[in-house]
Design a protein around this ligand. Sequence first.
Ligand code: PMP
Length: 345
Amino acid sequence: MKTLQELTRENIWNLTPYSCARDEFKGREASVFLDANENPYNTPYNRYPDPLQEELKAKLSTAKGVPAKNIFLGNGSDEAIDLVYRIFCEPHKDNVVAIAPTYGMYSVCADINDVEYRAVTLNDDFTLNTDRLLAAVDKHTKVIWLCSPNNPTGNALDRKEIERVLTTFQGIVVIDEAYSDFNDLPPFRHDLSRFPNMIVLNTFSKLWASASIRLGMAFASEEIIALYNKVKYPYNINQLSQQQALKILDELPRVNQWRMTILNERRNLLPAFAELPICKAVYPTEANFFLARMTDAGSIYHYLVDRGIIVRNRSRVQLCGNCLRITIGTPQENNALLGALRQYR
Ligand code: PMP
């Protein structure tokens, strides 16, 4: 790996971050806060939230098995994605390499930050072509984006191949494991000490049923987390989101129940879906959704919309011609989907 200083944009490495009132004073013994120009009357949202979300990270640390010092929290994973560009990639000069197809925000954030995005197509069966991926790297490549299980294909990338990328590439490797709760594969967040160039993304938006609070996680070395904390907005996670996140972390048995129900539904839905005459293939999935190749994805999509059932038409995505991406819902929702499609003519 190159040194972190070599990988980081010079302006970010040299940045003096904003120092907010809550950064300067930390301690519980004070009761009179006249340091942040807040309204003193309790609404109860009159005070700025904890800029580093320490209570939440302590609880999260236990839930995820990652030390709090290795956690960054963002306004959705999307913030953690965008900040990777702002920290590491010099516009017009650096580039990033990513698999294709994959989650769309990596390329949108590249465009926003004016950074070249090199998409490397997966094999036809959606497995990683590591040689092709690494061949796209040049001396200006700062970041490689991997997503496993991948969106929209649903499959997990081979761990050995991911490790080859981590050990061969000299820059930052981001592994987006937004869907890792839906399989029993060992997650990469437990290997931070083996791979100092790795950033692993997780989110509250999927299994943890909190998409609306916009809370994403990045796990990385303390040094990378320090760069994240330097660049983020001072109070990037609002108090309401922190409270709801603490609440869901107190309900992990319920979350686990959802997990079992969703995995059970996935086990039942996939073979039933594959038997539909209009389904040509259902692809293996390790996520809470699956990709299915249809006889005519466009008209089936509109047929479902007319019946109030919304799935994602991925037909225009590379390798995904005529494919629908379908989230696993409740048993009733999945039955409604199957029932409607059985009547499709
Ligand atoms: N990563 C992947 C792979 C996703 O599919 C999604 C959402 N569809 C996200 C990240 C976004 O997560 P968040 O809601 O935390 O921004």
